[in-house]
Design a protein around this ligand. Structure first.
Ligand SMILES: C[S@@+](CC[C@H](N)C(=O)[O-])C[C@H]1O[C@@H](n2cnc3c(N)ncnc32)[C@H](O)[C@@H]1O
Length: 245
């Protein structure tokens, strides 16, 4: 289950890649624009500001997220079941495809289905080898839930570029350095991860085991990401791909 309030804890840091991604989309007057895995829809709203004449819609599999979305064309749905309509000119998907097994095959089929002049833009985290995720897998294994901590559900930019051969591809990676303030008892990287990567672990543990897991992972994160000058430096690699048809 997604908790919109927990996910929004680091809203500024999480929204920046969305704007960096959309800035590389050159569509001028698209007919329909879709945001796949739109979450609670705030960022989808900025697409309507950029393309005021477009029909902008958002799809997300979480009813909790969609319930928080304001006015607009938002619906609960699975990315895996989605296909572009005949007037879909722009597909945006930000920080969602890492949750969708087989998304590479879907990207290829969307690129094949988009009309000439169409755009496909995606961003996924590329930090599965970072200490945060290595420690998550380590502690999850010790708590008997290693199977829910995924190794590396995404590819490198060059792999996505090869996958989308035949389109004009702009693929890159950026490592953001988030300076997370130390403002509570919990380590800030633990608080960050609770909004996303820790959700499956939490769902797999009973409340007492989850409290122990949290304390154990928090201690190891504090060693890997020490606090200094009132914050913790948290490097976060992200992978971007924009294809125009
Ligand atoms: C990290 S949030 C990103 C939300 C939003 N795109 C943003 O940038 O703030 C990931 C979202 O993907 C959604 N999601 C995960 N798997 C999905 C699927 N198979 N179909 C639709 N949405 C999915 C989740 O419900 C969640 O809202």
């Amino acid at each position: 289950m997604w908790d919109p309030a927990v996910y929004r804890r680091y809203g500024n840091e999480r929204s920046r890649p969305f704007f960096d991604l959309v800035a590389r989309v050159g569509a001028e007057s698209p007919r329909a624009v879709v945001d796949l895995g739109c979450g609670s829809g705030e960022l989808t709203g900025t697409l309507a500001e950029r393309w005021p004449r477009a029909r902008v819609s958002g799809i997300d599999s979480s009813p909790e997220m969609i319930a928080k979305a304001g006015a607009g064309d938002f619906r609960v749905g699975d990315i895996a079941d989605w296909q572009p309509g005949p007037d879909t000119d722009v597909v945006i998907t930000n920080a969602a495809l890492q949750w969708v097994p087989g998304h590479q095959r879907m990207l290829r089929s969307w690129a094949d289905a988009l009309p000439p002049g169409g755009w496909l833009a995606m961003q996924v985290p590329g930090n599965f080898a970072a200490p945060s995720h290595r420690l998550l897998r380590e502690v999850a294994g010790e708590f008997g839930v290693g199977h829910v901590a995924r190794e590396a559900p995404v590819d490198d930019p060059a792999d996505y570029a090869a996958l989308l051969a035949g389109t004009r591809v702009d693929a890159w990676e950026t490592t953001y350095l988030h300076l997370l303030p130390v403002d509570g008892a919990d380590h800030p990287v633990l608080r960050w991860m609770e909004g996303t990567a820790l959700r499956p672990v939490r769902a797999a543990l009973d409340p007492a085991a989850w409290a122990d897991f949290r304390a154990e992972l928090g201690g190891r994160l504090a060693e890997a990401y020490p606090a200094g000058h009132g914050h913790v430096a948290f490097p976060f690699r992200r992978i971007f791909v924009v294809a125009s048809i």
